[in-house]
Design a binder for this molecule. Structure first.
Ligand SMILES: NC(=O)c1ccc[n+]([C@@H]2O[C@H](COP(=O)([O-])OP(=O)(O)OC[C@H]3O[C@@H](n4cnc5c(N)ncnc54)[C@H](O)[C@@H]3O)[C@@H](O)[C@H]2O)c1
Length: 335
């Protein structure tokens, strides 16, 4: 007999590019849930109406507070930008709602610390959409690393090249923050940071970072605005354990597990069937499923606003060491 589906009433704030490309389509793949798309809010009524018609959302708003007051929701997805997230997430928590918020949750560390405090006070969750943690390849790697035979993580080597933004601070906040989050998923909390860079222009540089972790592990991160970029060979992580094992993830797809006598390679099957869609492989579906399960089971989701505070602290420390001003100039929406 088929298991009964879990029921979830969801609301959305933000009907822009990322929500349309990734988040709303991801709901289709949550086949263990019946998700009622209750309401969508955007400052642009036209955008909100378009989402409502494309993704079957019942009600349209241009004011999130009105939506929170009028609709019965189990949780809300907030997908605006670092500047717009704090006031909306604050209002959601105060309206007794659990929140799934896009990264970065704020421009400053202090704003996210305030949201973390409010989350603790209200008992409502703020999950942050660092989707890599639930990408199929990283899930496989995390399963290997967390298994007892792997031992303790001693070393991580991480690379994240890619897009060129207006300035290096925007690039770190929008793009390389994902790298910090996934490295933290493998090695835990960061204790010390040493950063150096080879600068090419205001918005172009190669950056090398040395991290030590609370558990004694060490990591090197290499971030570039050059070298392939645009997804060609932009991302690679290698994690080494204390029992002579290592796992490598190439470009969020290909996993190699080195272990004496039983090394294995693994990659998702690229046949274009539903479960291989980018929404699934890159982790957006998994993150939304985790959010809904955590809300229903009253279990703290990961990564959450406390994780984001720690990731933002690392970004700010790196920027400060490199003399990169914390200037947020981003206008999202044209990607
Ligand atoms: N996790 C990922 O991989 C990933 C990828 C891309 C973007 N993002 C993040 O998603 C967020 C959105 O990015 P985007 O490219 O979709 O931006 P966007 O500008 O296309 O969309 C933002 C939308 O929010 C609306 N908005 C702004 N303020 C609002 C308010 N107070 N109430 C209601 N609506 C409001 C805007 O009108 C716009 O439609 C950013 O934080 C970005 O970093 C995450």
């Amino acid at each position: 007999m088929e298991d009964k589906k879990k029921y979830f009433r969801i609301g959305f704030v933000g009907a822009g590019t990322h929500a349309n490309n990734m988040l709303y389509p991801s709901l289709t793949f949550l086949d263990d849930f019946e998700v009622e798309r209750v309401a969508v809010c955007d400052l642009s009524e036209e955008k909100a109406r378009k989402v409502a018609s494309n993704f079957g959302v019942a009600h349209v708003y241009t004011n999130h507070q009105e939506m929170f007051a009028k609709e019965k929701l189990d949780g809300v997805v907030v997908c605006i930008n670092a500047k717009g997230h704090p006031p909306v997430v604050r209002d959601a928590l105060q309206a007794d709602l659990d929140v799934f918020c896009e990264k970065p949750t704020s421009i400053t560390v202090e704003e996210s610390e305030e949201l973390a405090e409010l989350s603790r006070k209200t008992g409502r969750f703020v999950m942050v959409d660092h989707q890599k943690r639930r990408a199929t390849a990283y899930q496989k790697a995390l399963e290997i690393v967390k298994s007892p035979s792997f031992g303790k993580v001693t070393m991580v080597e991480a690379k994240m090249h890619g897009h060129i933004y207006d300035n290096l601070f925007n690039c770190m906040m929008e793009w390389q923050i994902h790298n910090i989050d996934i490295v933290r998923a493998f090695a835990g909390d960061v204790k010390e940071i040493v950063a150096r860079m080879c600068r090419l222009a205001d918005n172009r540089a190669s950056i090398a970072i040395l991290l030590t972790f609370e558990n004694g592990a060490v990591a090197t991160l290499n971030w570039g605005s050059e070298a392939g970029g645009k997804g060609r060979f932009c991302e690679r992580i290698e994690v080494v354990g204390s029992n002579d094992e290592a796992v490598i993830v190439e470009n969020v797809r290909h996993v190699i597990h080195y272990k004496e006598d039983e090394s294995k390679e693994w990659a998702p099957n690229w046949v274009p069937i539903l479960k291989n869609q980018t929404t699934v492989i890159d982790g957006y579906v998994g993150n939304l499923r985790e959010f809904m399960n955590c809300v229903l089971e009253r279990r703290q989701p990961v990564p959450n606003i406390e994780d984001e505070v720690r990731a933002l602290r690392v970004i700010y420390a790196i920027a400060e060491q490199l003399g990169i001003p914390a200037e947020w100039t981003i206008t999202i929406g044209d990607r």
